[in-house]
Design a protein around this ligand. Structure first.
Ligand code: NAG
Ligand code: NAG
Ligand code: NAG
Ligand code: NAG
Length: 99
């Protein structure tokens, strides 16, 4: 096998790996402020991603598919103060849940 051939194969594997990394980070929450503010909207999530730190204080979680909001769903986020679930409009027009 010529050395050049090996180089090409190596490159192909690298490219494949980076494509997979991008595909999976597609469904990750966006970090707006380290450990505090995260945006997980429009990701089609049905549960809270494990990647969210417990220290999250502000979470945008609109347009996902939470089947039921259980008392444990956001329970580990002890410091959560604002949760945006925009698709479930409240009658007074406010689009978030304050706690
Ligand atoms: C975020 O949280 C991690 C884990 O608790 C901690 O190691 C890190 O220092 C924190 N970063 C900031 C900027 O608070
Ligand atoms: C919540 O906030 C307090 C005060 O900033 C901090 O000491 C505590 O570690 C936080 N809890 C979590 C789970 O991050
Ligand atoms: C959630 O609710 C269930 C049943 O009502 C209860 O047994 C459980 O202790 C609750 N968990 C929390 C974290 O409040
Ligand atoms: C977050 O909180 C959960 C439940 O309280 C705990 O099991 C988990 O270890 C915590 N994770 C971190 C990174 O502190």
């Amino acid at each position: 096998m010529a050395p050049r051939d090996v180089g090409c194969r190596f490159l192909a594997v690298l490219l494949l790996a980076s494509c997979e990394a991008i595909a999976s980070s597609d469904r990750m929450c966006t970090e707006r402020e380290v450990n505090r503010t995260y945006s997980c909207g429009h990701l089609g999530l049905s549960e809270l991603p494990d990647t969210l730190p417990n220290s999250t204080e502000v979470l945008e979680f609109s347009f996902n598919f939470l089947p039921v909001i259980q008392n444990t769903t956001f329970g580990r986020l002890l410091n959560l103060t604002f949760l945006d679930l925009t698709e479930k409009h409240s009658p007074d027009g406010k689009s978030g849940v304050d706690r």
